[in-house]
Design a protein around this ligand. Structure first.
Ligand SMILES: [Zn+2]
Ligand SMILES: [Zn+2]
Length: 314
């Protein structure tokens, strides 16, 4: 009898712990890739969520692997500190950390990661890029605040900070060496200086659309030719201001995905509010299948729905 009770408690614990059941989208072209095979060029999702805590997703973060080495991290939203460890990676092993913009769901783990790096034996400075902007809207101001927090240790000592002016009609080469090229373009995200990035390694590239309304003049040309594109599907078709000043609706996301010509697109920054919230229906996870259908009305390529820690091989 005791054994039966034990098994029942054990089962209850397992069921109770399963707080992040995988979404089962109705779309036949949805692709997810767990577990990861990190050979060649691979994108791993560190955080597939946005600012609202829900659905057990970390806020935004992405990791680019090449031949088993973590090379570039894009964004460091809440939860990515832990997801990075779950991916088996220490910040000291990453060559480049690109921040798209300084909203907390993209940058709040930056202090924790830099603080953690103080205790590592880093072989070379960590390259950190972000947009120029007033105060903590820009990389310099944000890092100054981090440094104040980190006193008496100088958090700058092992950072190569690269500020990028978010021009919306011209592309900036942020970084280039024998392995990696990183370019960026400014995008519209209310009044927040924001960057979309493109990572090119071994003649293949991954573009990261970042938070934006997808109406920036140079964005589509910037991502054309990429092998994989990450677009943010934060809001639903019935969303209104202020959310529509920050993000694009699913129909627009689908149209831009198609216009880009990129064959495979990852949809991320998925958001779920408490269902009792008056504006819950304005966010993508309130009805992900309907929102993906709207994307699919325009986009005829492969849809990949982001999941934390999932990998997409190129
Ligand atoms: Zn965001
Ligand atoms: Zn944002």
């Amino acid at each position: 009898m005791k054994n039966v009770q034990f098994i029942l408690i054990f089962l209850a614990l397992i069921i109770g712990c399963n707080t992040n059941p995988k979404i089962e989208p109705e779309q036949d072209s949805v692709e997810t890739n767990i577990p990861c095979d990190k050979t060649g060029l691979t994108l791993q999702i560190l955080g597939s969520g946005g600012p609202a805590a829900g659905d057990a997703r970390a806020s935004t973060g992405y990791l680019v692997w090449f031949n088993g080495h973590p090379v570039v991290m894009i964004d460091a939203g809440g939860g990515t500190y832990l997801r990075l460890q779950q991916a088996g990676v220490h910040i000291r092993d990453i060559k480049f950390l690109g921040i798209s913009h300084f909203h907390p769901d993209h940058a709040s783990e930056l202090p924790a990661l830099l603080w953690s790096d103080i205790f590592s034996s880093r072989p070379a400075p960590l390259n950190v890029s972000g947009p120029t902007g007033e105060g903590s809207d820009g990389l310099t101001g944000f890092l100054e605040a981090v440094n104040d927090m980190a006193t008496p240790v100088d958090a700058f000592t092992r950072i190569n900070a690269i500020e990028v002016t978010p021009h919306k009609d011209s592309i900036t080469t942020v970084y280039k060496d024998e392995l990696l090229e990183l370019t960026a373009i400014g995008v519209n995200h209310a009044n927040k200086p924001s960057l979309a990035y493109k990572v090119t390694i071994d003649n293949k590239s991954i573009a990261f659309g970042a938070d934006q309304t997808l109406d920036s003049p140079g964005f589509v040309d910037f991502v054309k030719g990429a092998d994989l594109l990450v677009l943010h599907l934060a809001i639903s078709e019935e969303a209104d201001k202020p959310f529509t000043n920050l993000h694009a609706k699913p129909s627009k996301v689908g149209a831009v995905a198609q216009e880009s010509g990129v064959p495979r697109v990852v949809f991320s920054h998925l958001m779920k509010l408490d269902s009792a919230h008056a504006r819950a229906r304005e966010f993508s996870l309130s009805d992900i299948n309907s929102n993906l259908k709207l994307v699919k009305d325009s986009f005829k390529g492969t849809i990949i729905l982001a999941e934390d820690l999932a990998c997409i091989a190129l």
